[in-house]
Design a binder for this molecule. Structure first.
Ligand code: 1GP
Length: 249
């Protein structure tokens, strides 16, 4: 396994992790750089870069470069498709949307992007990506059949299947900006059956919600909207601190 994945595993032996997601379609490079710098100071563990719409090409490259220039945190691509690849990033969540109804999001985009990942020497980290209701934009764009919020066993079955298919991370996603995060009951049931680290994101806005997800069994918490839409850099900093405290305890 590669450098970034080793870093994740080493850190997980000591603490729960906090990844901040920046969507190049929502933040300009300068803001992204500032948020990354603040994130590193506060104790965030990695920056994820991606989005479902418009997070491609020069816009994506510009944001990744700005982040690399202003922090030494690992940069991990979180692509909406093969368009979400940037040669400036350290690693990529090489993810399959297992509960999509469209093979493009399960294996198609992956095939279209594979050579580019190899050419640029980006570290691929295989990940099972599961969309839970409501799913928001990524659920719609990804042609997902979102897992019902009150059906944790369906989530667990997909998560275990992902692990058995060789994926080394499982991500439970409620969708960026979801009104409610993934239910803690679902996190607990999934965590019980898998052995690989569990990532949870979508709609986590408060330290309390982050804490609840960690207590239920999440290993890595992803936050995006709460920081991007905080309103000012000062408020973004406060929010980052609150969320980080919730995760790290
Ligand atoms: C979205 O899970 C991530 O893909 C983060 O969601 O923007 O709601 O924090 P938020």
């Amino acid at each position: 396994i590669g450098k970034v994945e080793s870093y994740i595993h080493e850190k997980l032996e000591r603490e729960k992790l906090h990844f901040v997601l920046l969507d190049p379609d929502d933040v300009d490079p300068e803001t992204a750089g500032k948020i990354a710098e603040m994130s590193e100071e506060i104790g965030v563990d990695a920056i994820m870069i991606g989005g479902s719409t418009g997070a491609e090409g020069e816009v994506l490259d510009g944001v990744v470069r700005a982040i690399k220039e202003s922090s030494s945190l690992p940069t991990i691509l979180f692509p909406g498709s093969h368009g979400g690849i940037s040669k400036y990033a350290d690693a990529i969540f090489f993810m399959s949307l297992l509960n999509s109804t469209n093979p493009f999001f399960i294996t198609g985009a992956q095939a279209l992007g594979a050579f580019q990942v190899k050419r640029y020497g980006i570290e691929p980290i295989p990940m099972a990506y599961l969309i839970v209701e409501p799913g928001e934009t990524v659920g719609w764009v990804g042609d997902a059949k979102p897992i019902p919020r009150h059906k944790p066993k369906i989530a667990a079955a997909y998560a275990l299947a992902g692990q058995y298919l060789g994926m080394r991370l499982v991500y439970l996603e409620a969708g960026s900006g979801a009104p409610q995060p993934v239910p803690p009951e679902m996190i607990a049931v999934v965590k019980k059956v898998i052995d690989v680290p569990l990532i949870v994101g979508g709609g986590i806005r408060t330290g309390e919600q982050a804490r609840a997800a960690v207590k239920a069994g999440a290993d890595i918490i992803v936050t995006g909207t709460a920081i991007e839409k905080a309103g000012s850099m000062d408020k973004a900093e406060e929010k980052l601190e609150e969320l980080n405290r919730g995760i790290k305890g």
